[in-house]
Design a protein around this ligand. Structure first.
Ligand SMILES: [Zn+2]
Length: 401
């Protein structure tokens, strides 16, 4: 009997052990093995986010803004006003603005080759994008990083001057004055970047963006009104030359894709950050300025491939919007104008290819026509002098002995 009781007791103990629930797993392990939770996190983190804003550059009024998906007023992250991201190449117009303001011009040429500046050596997007002396116009249109880098590492567009200009043009975020500012390494909000591009089309005057004109009570008594702040940022001539160069981005550069959806006059710049983290397109027409940012809320999530380029991910949103808004609102076609003081000149291609552009004479075998601020005009080509008097003199002298 005693034996039976013992066996029964042992059996009971064994049962107890096997019935004891497993020791509680640590909290993080529970989450790790919760497939539902993992799937939700993945879905949320990899959700593509978009910020899109349209501003009237002449009075600063925000005409349209999409800060996020299914936004309830006052809730959710506004991807136009509340995020700060690197603008990548969308920063380049400010570098070129400084250069033009410093007396350089669209046909000025720089060597499109890698260089090393105290260990900093930027690269172009692809290996087949290097060459000889390249014009500033072409370098901006094709977004050559090495040319922008040569500008911020020389007196063409020194970083501290770029910061000063960008601030005056509407960038309020803190920009770091280092050569890599050429590649847009300081973070900005889509609203300020778009607003700063508005300075270019508004003849050099920045107008602070406003979303509310006035507040009245129920009896129409004015409680408050909001007036934009106007700041003269750059000269009308510099603004005109940059507008013209950004127009080339759309006609023959990285912004060509705009033409798939919008055929009216347009200028702008694409931006793609490292490892395709952020895709940008900011641009304007003679009526409106608009900016698009596409990316992820979690900085660690990136597009990882070329579909994350500004031209692929962001630009179609801009151009489809413009195509539709011009059609539906029946906005009449307007053109960009060249400002007084900006003239067309003919340059000697030989001198451009040698990195020292000169105005062409009638003897220059190959010439390039482009605009330039009249006060910045270089001297005449001396390789192909107007008449060969000097040469004849030389020849005569040499034949004397
Ligand atoms: Zn010449």
């Amino acid at each position: 009997m005693k034996k039976l009781v013992l066996v029964l007791f042992l059996l009971f103990l064994m049962n107890l052990v096997s019935a004891t629930p497993a020791m509680p797993q640590p909290f993080e392990n529970c989450m790790k093995y919760d497939n539902n939770f993992i799937e939700n996190v993945k879905k949320d983190a990899t959700k593509i986010q978009v910020g899109f804003v349209v501003i009237d550059p002449f009075n600063g009024q925000i005409k349209a803004m999409v800060g996020g998906e299914n936004q309830i007023f006052g809730r959710g992250l506004n991807h136009v006003t509340e995020i700060r991201r690197q603008p990548g190449s969308a920063m380049k117009p400010f570098i070129y603005t400084v250069a033009i303001s410093n007396g350089y011009y669209p046909t000025f040429t720089l060597l499109n080759q890698k260089f090393d500046f105290h260990g900093w050596s930027p690269s172009n997007f692809s290996e087949n994008e290097y060459g000889g002396y390249t014009t500033l116009r072409s370098a901006l249109a094709h977004s050559f990083n090495v040319i922008a880098g040569r500008m911020t590492t020389s007196d063409i567009a020194p970083p501290n001057q770029v910061v000063k200009f960008a601030n005056k043009m509407g960038i309020k975020s803190r920009l770091v004055a280092v050569p890599s500012i050429a590649l847009g390494t300081s973070e900005v909000t889509p609203l300020e970047l778009t607003s700063a591009y508005g300075t270019i089309v508004n003849k050099g005057v920045h107008v602070s963006p406003t979303s509310i004109k006035k507040i009245e009570d129920r009896n129409n008594i004015l409680i408050d009104k909001f007036m934009p702040i106007y700041t003269e940022a750059i000269s009308v001539q510099t603004a005109s030359v940059i507008t013209n160069m950004l127009h080339s981005v759309v006609t023959s550069g990285t912004g060509r894709g705009v033409r798939r959806y919008f055929s009216y006059p347009a200028a702008g710049k694409t931006g793609t950050t490292q490892k395709y983290a952020d895709a940008w397109y900011v641009g304007f027409t003679p009526n409106l300025v608009a900016g698009v940012w596409v990316g992820f809320d979690d900085h660690r999530i990136k597009f990882t491939n070329t579909y994350g380029q500004g031209a692929v991910a962001a630009m179609p949103i801009w151009s489809k919007f413009m195509g539709k808004v011009y059609k539906e609102l029946n906005i009449p076609i307007k053109y960009f104008h060249i400002a007084p003081g900006v003239v067309r000149a003919t340059f000697c291609k030989t001198t451009m290819d040698l990195g020292d552009p000169k105005i062409a004479t009638s003897k220059c075998p190959e010439t390039v026509s482009d605009i330039i601020i009249s006060k910045d005009m270089p001297g005449k080509c001396e390789i192909h002098p107007e008449d060969d008097k000097i040469k004849k003199e030389k020849d005569k002298n040499s034949s004397d002995w």
